[in-house]
Write a protein that binds this ligand. Structure first.
Ligand SMILES: [Zn+2]
Length: 278
C-alpha cells in the first residue's frame, strides 16, 4: 500500500468542526436537486445500487469562491473547498468517514480500498472497493473521471485518467484489478466517462501525438487529442463491451461555464466525481 502526504485529505481531516453525518446513503434524491441543471449528474443512471455523480462549478453552497463550486483544495482555495465539500457530502448524504479522496499523481497506480486502508492517505489515480457506503472520488479539470461498476460482483471503481495515465494503461489496469477481485467475465463491468477534454479542444505536442496516432485530429497545422475516444478504445481492448460504456459527451473546455478546464483557463479549480454503492 502506497502512502504519501495527500494534503487534500489532510486538509479535510484537520477541519475540527466537521461533524460526522449519520444519515445512511439511502437516497440521493437531495443530491439530484443540487445537480439540477447538470444533465450528466448520474452517468450510470440505470443502476440502482451504484450511483455516480460529479460537481459542476455552478452549484450553490456555503463554499465555493468567485470562480464557482471548487473542490481543488489548492493553496488559498483550501478553506473554500472545505466549505464546498461539506455542503456537497451533506446533500449527497455521504458520511465523512466514508469519503475517500486520494492524492492524485497522474500515475497508473491503483488502490483497493477496504477497512485496512480507508483512513490512510492514498497516493494513486485509481480506486476500487467492494465496501458499501464508501464513496470513492477523484478530482479533475480536463482529465477523464472514469466510473466502473461490476454489478454481479458488487465492485465499484473510479479513475482519474490524463494522457499519462492512458499511456500507462490505467483504464486497462482498472479492469484487470476489478476482474481479479470478483472473477467476473469482462462483459459484466459497466463504465461511465465523465467530463473529459476531447478532440475539439485538447491541443497536444509531438510527444503525445506518437502515442495516440489513431485519435488525433489535425487542424490548421495543430494536433488535437480525443482523450475520451482513446480511453474508450483501451476499455474495449480490455474486454469491456461497447454498449456497456456510457459517455457523458461533455468537454470541460467547451463547457467552461460549468466545468473547470486547466487547458482553457490554467485554473486550480477542480470538479469532484463520486461513485458509491448502497
Ligand atoms: Zn471541447
Amino acid at each position: 500500500m502506497a502512502l504519501c502526504t495527500g494534503f487534500a485529505k489532510e486538509g479535510f481531516r484537520e477541519k475540527k468542526d466537521f461533524s460526522p453525518y449519520r444519515r445512511r446513503i439511502a437516497s440521493l434524491a437531495e443530491g439530484r436537486k443540487i445537480l439540477k441543471g447538470n444533465h450528466q449528474g448520474f452517468l450510470l443512471r440505470s443502476e440502482r445500487r451504484a450511483r455516480t455523480t460529479h460537481t459542476n462549478r455552478t452549484l450553490r453552497s456555503s463554499g465555493g469562491g468567485s470562480d464557482g463550486f471548487d473542490l481543488s483544495f489548492e493553496g488559498r482555495r483550501k478553506e473554500l473547498s472545505l466549505g464546498a465539500l461539506k455542503s456537497f457530502i451533506r446533500l449527497l448524504a455521504i458520511e465523512e468517514a466514508n469519503l475517500v479522496i486520494p492524492h492524485q499523481t497522474q500515475s497508473a497506480h491503483i488502490e483497493v480500498v477496504d477497512e485496512t486502508n480507508r483512513f490512510t492517505n492514498l497516493c494513486c489515480d485509481g480506486l476500487i472497493t467492494k465496501v458499501k457506503a464508501i464513496a470513492l472520488t477523484v478530482l479533475s479539470a480536463d482529465c477523464s473521471p472514469i466510473f466502473f461498476y461490476d454489478k454481479p460482483n458488487q465492485i465499484i471503481g473510479i479513475a482519474h485518467v490524463g494522457w499519462r495515465g492512458l499511456k500507462d494503461h490505467l483504464p486497462e489496469k482498472m479492469v484487470g484489478v476489478i476482474r481479479r477481485l470478483g472473477k467476473p467475465r469482462p462483459s459484466s463491468i459497466r463504465v461511465g466517462i465523465g467530463p473529459t477534454i476531447r478532440g475539439c479542444c485538447y491541443e497536444i505536442g509531438r510527444e503525445q501525438e506518437i502515442l495516440f496516432l489513431r485519435h488525433i485530429d489535425y487542424r490548421d497545422g495543430r494536433r488535437f487529442l480525443d482523450l475520451a475516444g482513446a480511453t474508450i478504445e483501451q476499455l474495449i481492448r480490455s474486454g469491456i463491451k461497447k454498449e456497456e460504456i456510457v459517455d457523458s459527451y461533455t468537454c470541460p473546455s467547451c463547457e467552461n461555464d460549468r466545468f473547470f478546464s486547466w487547458r482553457r483557463e490554467r485554473t486550480e479549480g477542480r470538479t469532484m466525481s463520486v461513485i458509491m454503492m448502497r
